[in-house]
Design a protein around this ligand. Structure first.
Ligand code: MIC
Ligand code: SF4
Length: 637
């Protein structure tokens, strides 16, 4: 039987287990990336593991999230990360260089290799034909220490592309269509693999937009084949030698298949406040917009900014709109400037910012009260923009620029003919600020600011656990709900006692007070609990507050792994209807918990008030050992 691209890469990297669907496997990780918001913690964990130098083929430490330096804390973290990279043999990409995923695609990604990143949008690398997976910082620290990455052998979801995109319709619309059909949990347990005759119509940066945004499906990752377009992209980046061909066998078998006829797609848009709330732009056209942001790791490549600039050559931005550009990388900035396209943006009225994440994670750019913000970003979870009750829509650069011109949501096809442009054969490379790893023994001391606090110590799981239900929430709770980001909270990422004061802050302001008062707590949730970001702080900070059990209808992949890494029991309802009778404040008892973990019990009896319900514990034998030890770090030691 033929093999998919996914199976070929997994097979070449398999170090533990068998490639049987649903079973845990361990794979070798060739490359890692971290960004600053998750990276500080990941390197504290790497230090705790005690390995003198990274063991991967290549590891890169990026600074792209916490760019606003409203006091010493973010600046201190940047210096810490630079000193860590120098000491442990990593590449370092400083603030202003751009977003990790965009730079990694341009400068480091390699077809056929594995990449593990402490950011959920690491799958961007799938655009190059690599298996690029997002994970918690501790998993990335283990990979940097040369340990395998463990995952449940995923199923492969084949997405067959046929036809060709029409003018003003772009790669982003393809994934909006997939999200419309499959929802934010449609990819859980799958790797999404693109194939079919339509693949050759898409450039590598188009493909990367798709694999990036594919994180919103809850998928393990997404991947494209490596073909002639991949070779051309690598050549334009001065890396022709890095190309290898990697395509699925003609008789490869996918577990599920959907077909997308790109010729029939129209411009689409995700309405507030979920990436799968997708409609045709024409259905919401005419609504006034106050802010339009083009940027983020989904849509800030040279192609994306060029289409905006070319559209603006003969037009200007509405006076009612704040139109902002967040370039993906220094390389994008450099090429836009050299081509003269930057001047077009500036003259048309754009506010051009440094390359980085910025408003995508609430580092500034919050929209004004009661107004609509259109963004080419991957996420529009409620309040993530920094404004409570925000109305954020997600769309392509084409829809963004058309709407910025008219001041209302606009189908770009109304603008008339599509601007013609072509991408450079050879890009200006823009990587002069990337620091290469130093030789072993050369680096100086690690620079640690006062905001970097020691990693908390966690105890082993008790024989019998008792506590209180601290909170009950509904479906699709994101890690932004659990551990919010934004300019005020992000600087606390390396200070667990301080950041834990904000757990569930936007859902229930009194959560932390209750958690501290009860000392041992459980959270009850619905479907797809913990979707979104990879931030391990959404497990680490609740654990610091005494949360030891989560009982939900289903989990998102990365969050479940993070819970186990920090010793929180991830239980699911055997009978989801049991959730109805559970109330916040109920007392909980799980007798014989250690024994249940030791003996491999898969159904756990949980006493809630005067009732007993059954909960499933669907984890591997290795996970059980980690939970018994109290955390992955305890276990590793
Ligand atoms: C995000 O887009 O939500 C983030 C911010 O990039 C996160 C990482 C983080 O919380 O630091 C992610 O996607 O994993
Ligand atoms: Fe940065 Fe936004 Fe991409 Fe997350 S989704 S890495 S915040 S640009």
């Amino acid at each position: 039987m033929g093999k998919t691209v996914t199976e070929k890469i997994l097979e070449a990297h398999l170090v533990e287990g068998k490639m049987a669907k649903g079973q845990e496997i361990g794979i070798r990780i060739d490359q890692t990336l971290t960004q600053d918001a998750t990276g500080t913690m990941a390197y504290l964990e790497f230090e705790a593991i005690g390995i003198p130098r990274v063991q991967t083929e290549l590891s890169v430490c990026y600074v792209d999230h916490n760019l606003v330096q409203s006091d010493f804390r973010n600046a201190d973290d940047h210096r810490f990360l630079q000193s860590i990279a120098r000491k442990y043999g990593l590449y370092f990409s400083p603030p202003g260089n751009g977003i990790s995923h965009q730079i990694h695609l341009e400068r480091f990604g390699l077809p056929g290799k594995t990449l593990l990143g402490s950011d959920s949008h690491t799958p961007t690398g799938g655009g190059l034909g690599m298996l690029a997976i997002g994970a918690g910082g501790l998993d990335v620290a283990m990979a940097m220490a040369g340990k395998p990455f463990y995952l449940v052998m995923p199923k492969v979801y084949g997405i067959k592309l046929i036809g060709k995109l029409q003018p003003w319709v772009s790669a982003r619309d393809i994934l909006l269509e997939v999200l419309r059909r499959l929802s934010v949990k449609g990819g859980v347990g799958y790797i999404m693999e693109y194939f079919g005759p339509g693949v050759k119509e898409l450039t590598v940066t188009d493909r990367a937009s798709i694999t990036n945004f594919g994180a919103e499906l809850g998928a393990t990752t997404s991947v494209f084949p490596s073909d002639e377009n991949t070779r051309q992209f690598l050549q334009s980046q001065g890396r022709a030698d890095n190309w290898v061909e990697l395509i699925a066998d003609s008789d490869a078998v996918y577990d599920e298949v959907i077909e997308i006829d790109m010729s029939s797609l129209e411009p689409l848009i995700a309405c507030p406040s979920s990436p799968d709330n997708v409609v045709k732009v024409s259905e919401v056209a005419g609504k006034p917009v106050a802010q339009v942001l083009v940027g983020s790791c989904s849509n800030s490549s040279l192609r994306d900014l060029m289409v905006v600039a070319k559209t603006l050559e003969t037009r200007e931005i509405s006076r009612d709109v704040s139109f902002e550009i967040n370039p993906g990388s220094r390389q994008v900035l450099e090429n836009m400037t050299a081509q003269g396209d930057m001047l077009t943006l500036v003259k048309a009225g754009a506010r051009v910012h440094q390359a980085g994440c910025l408003g995508c994670i609430g580092m500034g750019q919050a929209p004004s009260t009661g107004t609509i913000s259109l963004r080419t970003f991957p996420r529009n979870f409620p309040g993530r923009s920094g404004t409570k009750d925000d109305q954020v829509y997600l769309c392509s650069p084409e829809v963004a620029v058309a709407s910025a011109i008219t001041g209302k949501i606009t189908d770009p096809r109304d603008l008339g003919s599509y601007p013609s442009f072509s991408l450079p054969k050879n890009y200006l490379l823009g990587d002069q600020r990337i620091e290469a790893p130093l030789a072993e023994g050369v680096a100086g001391e690690i620079v640690r600011g006062p905001n970097i606090t020691p990693f908390p110590k966690f105890d082993a799981i008790p024989d019998t656990w008792s506590g209180k239900i601290l909170l009950k929430v509904g479906d699709n709770i994101t890690t932004d709900h659990i551990m919010p980001a934004g300019a005020k909270i992000l600087p606390l990422r390396s200070n667990i006692p301080a950041i834990s004061e904000f757990v569930f802050d936007s859902v229930d302001h009194d959560f932390t007070v209750r958690a501290k008062a009860s000392d041992a707590g459980m959270v009850v949730g619905g479907e797809n609990y913990g979707q979104g970001s990879s931030r391990e702080h959404a497990a680490l900070a609740p654990r610091f507050l005494g949360v030891r059990v989560k009982l939900v209808k289903s989990f998102a992949r990365i969050h479940k792994a993070n819970l186990i890494n920090f010793g929180i029991l991830p239980l699911t309802f055997e009978n989801p209807a049991d959730s109805d009778s559970i109330e916040q404040g109920d007392d909980v008892l799980i007798p014989g918990l250690r024994k249940a973990l030791e003996t491999g019990l898969e159904i756990i009896a949980v006493r809630i008030g005067d009732r007993e319900i059954s909960a499933k514990l669907d984890i591997s034998a290795r996970h059980r050992e980690i939970l018994l030890a109290g955390s992955l770090l305890n276990w590793a030691k």
